[in-house]
Ligand binder design. Sequence first.
Ligand SMILES: NC(=O)C1=CN([C@@H]2O[C@H](COP(=O)(O)OP(=O)(O)OC[C@H]3O[C@@H](n4cnc5c(N)ncnc54)[C@H](OP(=O)(O)O)[C@@H]3O)[C@@H](O)[C@H]2O)C=CC1
Ligand SMILES: Nc1nc(=O)c2c([nH]1)NC[C@@H]1CN(c3ccc(C(=O)N[C@@H](CCC(=O)O)C(=O)O)cc3)C=[N+]21
Length: 307
Amino acid sequence: MPPLDDNRYLKGGPVAARIIAEVRAAAQQATDEGFRPKLVSITVGDVAAVDVYVRNQRAKAELAGIDFEERRFPAELTAGELEAAIHGMNADPRITGIIIQRPVPAHIPIKAIQAAVHPLKDVEGMHPASIGNIVYNQLDLAPCTAAASVELLKATGLDLKGLEVVVVGHSEIVGKPIAFLLMSEGATVTVCHHMTRSLAAHARRADALFVAVGKPRLIKADMVKPGAAVIDIGINAETLPDGSSRIVGDVDTESVKEVASWITPVPGGVGPVTVAILLRNTMVALNRQRAVYRATFGTAEATLAAE
Ligand SMILES: NC(=O)C1=CN([C@@H]2O[C@H](COP(=O)(O)OP(=O)(O)OC[C@H]3O[C@@H](n4cnc5c(N)ncnc54)[C@H](OP(=O)(O)O)[C@@H]3O)[C@@H](O)[C@H]2O)C=CC1
Ligand SMILES: Nc1nc(=O)c2c([nH]1)NC[C@@H]1CN(c3ccc(C(=O)N[C@@H](CCC(=O)O)C(=O)O)cc3)C=[N+]21
């Protein structure tokens, strides 16, 4: 197997740019028709892991023509206060999408908070009703990182039907939805986690390996099948001996790139596509809200014309 050359790096930039261009056209059209998309990001407390994400959300939303507002709450906020703020946003017609940045402080029950977001404004697909849609093979609004990871695998041109895929990590927001999305596409999916007996034995069977654990260099070259596609979802801050810090993934890219046929770099891989999918989801949510307006206020003729 030849070592990976430069164009086998599965870069997120071009995939993200294509998605953002599509979102931009859709946002422009919706705005012209009187439905301006607006995404609100909720952060509770100071979380370094969220800062990069929110900064990129703001920058790309601006590029796509989507209004963006960041609402930062103090770490002492109670769950009740946060729920009340979310209910206010649900009822505000100017706000068309809401994302709750994770993690939130331990005293706030994240599941209850995600369920407080109205499903029609749930741009991250984390409301139980939204995540349930994925089980029913309705895939147009999936959790952003999971959808981004699958989008990158598709960019290899590999046929997902019958593809042997291993997902390492089974969190609700990343690993599990990846497994469901891939099952819907016809892949044969194995999910590994911290109790898996031989991670290496499973990982080595994979034609496509997804890694979402949060442990730098967990996946080494001897755990990867020659010619596989490796999607590295990890975003870990690493401090260098000189005191500076950088972002690394969960895969030992230096060694794995000698074995794999495709590998997503960190940074520059899944991250930028995650942001693009969030904006695409914002338009999916807006279109669902418009369908409700049409169904509620449209005359029969107008409803037919819009279809
Ligand atoms: N690129 C992006 O857009 C995003 C990147 N991330 C990054 O992805 C990574 C994972 O995030 P997230 O899913 O939220 O993290 P979680 O901590 O919620 O989940 C980690 C998962 O890894 C599993 N795990 C832990 N140790 C091992 C091990 N030794 N072998 C196999 N599995 C193990 C855990 O299993 P168990 O529960 O059984 O312990 C758990 O399912 C992080 O680095 C995060 O920063 C996250 C969101 C977005
Ligand atoms: N509800 C919720 N959903 C998330 O998806 C979520 C979250 N909370 N909390 C934090 C983590 C982390 N995360 C990132 C996404 C993109 C980049 C990103 O764009 N990274 C770029 C830029 C890196 C840089 O500028 O240094 C890259 O990897 O190339 C980073 C981090 C999403 N997360």
